[in-house]
Design a protein around this ligand. Sequence first.
Ligand code: F6P
Length: 529
Amino acid sequence: MSRVHMRDLFDADPGRFERFSLECGPLFLDYSKNRIDGTTLRLLTELAESVNLADWMTRMRSGDKINLSENRAVLHTALRNRSDEPVYVDGEDVMPGVREVLQRMRRFTDRVRGGEWLGYTGKRITTVVNIGIGGSDLGPMLVARALKPFGAAGIDTHFVSNVDGGHLSDVVAGLDAETTLFVVTSKSFTTPETLLNAESARDWLVAKLGHADAVARHFVAVSTNTPAVKAFGIDPDHMFGFWDWVGGRYSLWSAVGLTVAIQIGMDHFEALLDGAYEMDCHFFSQPFERNIPVILALLGIWYNTCFGAHTHAVIPYNQSLSRLPAHLQQLDMESNGKRVTRDGFTLDFDTGPVIWGEVGVNCQHAFFQLLHQGTRLVPADFVLAVKSNYPLGNHQDILVANCLAQTQALMRGKSEAEARAELEAQGLTGEALEQLLPHKVFPGNQPSNTILLDRLTPRSVGGLIAMYEHKVFVQGVIWGLNSFDQWGVEYGKQLAKRITPQLTDYSSLDTHDASTRGLIERYRRHRGG
Ligand code: F6P
C-alpha cells in the first residue's frame, strides 16, 4: 500500500465511500480517505483478533482488574451504564453506588439552578468555578464549552487548573464572591496544584465575604478521598464521591462532571451519559470490521506502527470543540505514551503518537502548509457538525465547505500536469512557468477520517468522547500496553517537590546537574521578595 495513491483507489472503486463509512446514532464516520483497501482492513482486523481483543473488551466491561500495575478495574463504562445490568467489582455490584451519586448530583444541581442553594449572604449562585487539573479539568471543560447553548441562563462556568497564579487571579478578577461556587475536583485530593489553587480561592472568598463560615456555602468537593476533603475544611455532606476504578482521564462521566451538570442540568448530563452508552453498546456488540472505535484504532496503528507516522492531528471544525485536541492529548498520550508492555517488556516499535490539533478554519491559516506540502505523513481526524448551535447567515456552509475542501485536497493532491495546466490557463509560459511549477504541486495521499455529528448535543458529544476512549483502549491492547496507569507523570512531580523549598531556603545545590543548579541560582538572585 505504500506505493498506492488514494486518488487511484477512489477512481477504481465508485462504492468506496459506502464501503468505508459507518454510523452510530448521531455520529457518522467516513474513513474512505485512508490508504487502505479491503485486504488491508481484513489483515488489520486479523491483527486485532490475534491479540484476543474481544476478550480484553469483555474483561474491561465486566470489572476485571485489567489495570495491572495499580491492581484496579477499569469501569468508566459502568458510569454510563443505562441498562439494568449489574456490574461487579470484587463480587459487589457497583451500579447502586453509581445511581446514588447521580441522584445526589441531581438534587444538588437542582438546588443550585433553582436558587434554593444560596451563598453565605443569601444570594443565588450565578458562577461555578471548577478547580482541578488533567482529567479533573480537561473533559469537563471540553463538554462545558461544547454544550454551552444547553446551559441555564444566569449560570456561568469557569475552569482553573494551572498553578500559575495568573490563572486563578484572572478568573476571580471579574467575579462576585457572594454568587460564586467553587467545585474542587480531584480524584486523589493530593494534587498540589489543585490544593494550592483551592486554598488561594478560599482565601480570596474569606477576604471578600469577611468570615470563614462562608466557605461552607461556597465550596463543594468531588473526590475519592473523604479524609483529605475533610482536612481541607469541606463538609463530607458537600462532597460527591467516585471510585478507584474510574481513571482520571476517564472520569468526566462521574461526579467529576458536576460543574457541567450544574451548567446544563441533570437531564442534559444524563443525555451525555446516554450518548456514551450508545457508543459503548456499539463498541461491545459490533464486529471489528463494522466497529467505529476498532476501525479508528486499527487505522492509527496502520500509520503509526507500519508507516512510521509520529503524530496524529485532531481538527475540529467547530469553535465549541476547541478543547477537544487538549482532552484527547491527555486521553491518548497519558494512556498509550508507553514503551513497556503490561508484562514489563520493552517494545522495539512505535506506540502512541503525538496528538495535537487546533480548530478549523484557523489551522488552515497556520500549520496546514506542512500537511499539504511538507515531508511528513500526518494522519488527521476532522470533526464536524452538520447543524450549528449558532446559526448565523451562511457561516456554517462556509465552515463545512472549508473542511470538506481540506480533506479532499489532502487526499487528492494536485499533480504536476494539473498544476501546469492551471499555470498555463493563467497565461504563464516558459521559464517563469517552470520555476513556479514545483511549488504548485501537492503530493496528496495524506489520510484523514471525517467524523460527522448531526449537531453538538449532549448525546452526540457523549458518543464522540466515548468513541475516542475505546479507540485508545483498543490500540493499547494491540500494542500490549496497560492504558490505564500513568507512572510517567510521577518523576517530574517528585523532583519538583525537592526543588520547591530550594528556591527559597538557600540550601546546597550540589546534588543537581550544572544546568538545573545554574537556573535555580539565577532564580534565587532575581526573584526578589
Ligand atoms: O498528573 C497526572 C494526573 O494524575 C492525571 O492522571 C489526573 O487526571 C490528574 O493528575 C489530576 O489528578 P487528581 O484528579 O487526583 O487531582
